[in-house]
Design a protein around this ligand. Structure first.
Ligand code: BGC
Length: 385
């Protein structure tokens, strides 16, 4: 597979190169060992609050890492599962579209779920439903997968059409964000994921003319809305009308392309994330984060690193990969977050009491490690995988 921004031999010792390659092998093994036979990737197999569920957000990024690793079989099974799961929601989405056509607003409880059981059902536990970003992220991931592995989109057509119809109708509704918080706002990272998904599927010529028109106008509307209300101090903001940053905003540049890499707002956003949220390579979600005391997230370190690699800041990107590798447990598992630097330490214990130790392994952390390792040309040789 291609490695667009390789680290050179000068930047890295042979030992480090071997260590990073080993963690890629382990990451792929962790992800595939826990993949459900039906294709779903569990978010974290044993963590109390996540066990038994697959999120489109986590799963789509995880599939991107697995695809870059060269395992089209596992990633393809995830996309087959997601497409099947969404295609079975055709009737539900048609019902929602009918309400919207009549000028109504469907109840949140009638919207598509945030996470699915491995059988593709809604769970029975209460969760922070309704979130739209995962549907956009999945569209982006399945199109990227198809292009990388030389496949057409027909295999996933039913699911793609459900996701496109859902997003073109409900993209502007306030909903929970990537972190399942603040349902009252419209989040720029959510809009970015929707933009990334619709843009990918449009660019792949994957839509009939009616859907293509709807997707093209939503893309334009998202861009003008974010331009008008989602930028402050030269950077994208956490939600429309806010001035805060959130590390998930890096995704608006790479991979979702809501802001072009050459736009000063891209540089401003990455700088704001780095200045306000990066401590020694580990990246916090946002300044007010109290979840497990507000630690540093491995997948966000990888997201920032991926963006820096694309900008040619290879040394800084490598610093993020190294930081992530340093957080692996002895068994090579990557957690969701680590407590080395906490923004709100007084809140850590309440989450330990409520949900137990931090989710480990988190498959999304492993998937993002694979993405960054690939971006830097640090996956093992194909015959060593
Ligand atoms: C995170 C979500 C994630 C979910 C499953 C939550 O704590 O906020 O972003 O999708 O865990 O990993």
């Amino acid at each position: 597979m291609s490695s667009p921004h390789p680290v050179t031999a000068l930047d890295l010792s042979a030992d480090d190169r071997a260590r990073f390659a080993d963690l890629a092998v382990t990451s792929h093994r962790v992800i595939t060992r826990h993949q459900d036979p039906g294709g779903a990737y569990p978010a974290s197999p044993d963590f109390s609050a996540y066990a038994g569920y697959s999120w489109l957000r986590d799963g789509a990024f995880t599939a991107e890492g697995v695809s870059r690793y060269g395992d089209a079989g596992s990633a393809g099974r995830f996309h087959d599962w997601a497409a099947r799961t969404l295609a079975r929601r055709r009737g539900q989405v048609d019902g929602l579209l009918a309400v919207a056509r009549e000028g109504g607003t469907p109840a949140r409880s009638d919207m598509l779920p945030t996470r699915f059981t491995f059988a593709g059902e809604d769970g029975t536990d209460e969760w922070w439903d309704f979130q739209t970003d995962g549907y956009g992220t999945w569209l982006w991931a399945v199109v990227t997968f198809a292009r990388r592995h030389g496949q057409g989109l027909d295999r996933w057509r039913g699911g793609i059409e459900v996701a496109v119809d859902y997003l073109t109708a409900f993209w502007s509704a306030p909903c929970y964000d990537w972190w399942e918080e603040h349902a009252e706002h419209r989040h720029v990272s959510t809009l970015a994921a929707i933009h990334g998904g619709l843009r990918a599927v449009l660019g792949a010529d994957g839509l009939d003319p009616v859907r293509a028109d709807a997707a093209a106008s939503v893309l334009a509307e998202i861009r003008s809305l974010v331009h008008a209300q989602g930028v402050a101090g030269g950077h994208l903001t956490k939600w429309l009308g806010s001035t805060a940053v959130d590390a998930s905003l890096a995704s608006a540049v790479v991979p979702f392309g809501l802001v072009s890499e050459h736009d000063p707002v891209a540089a401003g956003t990455l700088r704001a994330v780095a200045d306000q949220l990066d401590t020694g390579g580990g990246v916090h979600r946002f300044r007010d984060d109290v979840f497990y005391g507000g630690g540093q997230w491995l997948l966000l370190s990888a997201l920032l690193g991926w963006n820096l690699a694309v900008r040619g800041e290879t040394g800084a990107a490598l610093g993020h990969l190294r930081w992530i590798a340093d957080q692996a447990t002895e068994a090579g598992e990557l957690p969701e977050q680590v407590p080395g630097h906490l923004l709100h330490p007084e809140h850590r214990q309440e989450w330990l009491d409520r949900w137990g130790p931090v989710a480990t392994p988190l498959l999304w952390s492993h998937g993002m490690y694979l993405v960054l390792a690939d971006e830097l040309g640090l996956l093992p040789e194909e015959d060593a995988r």
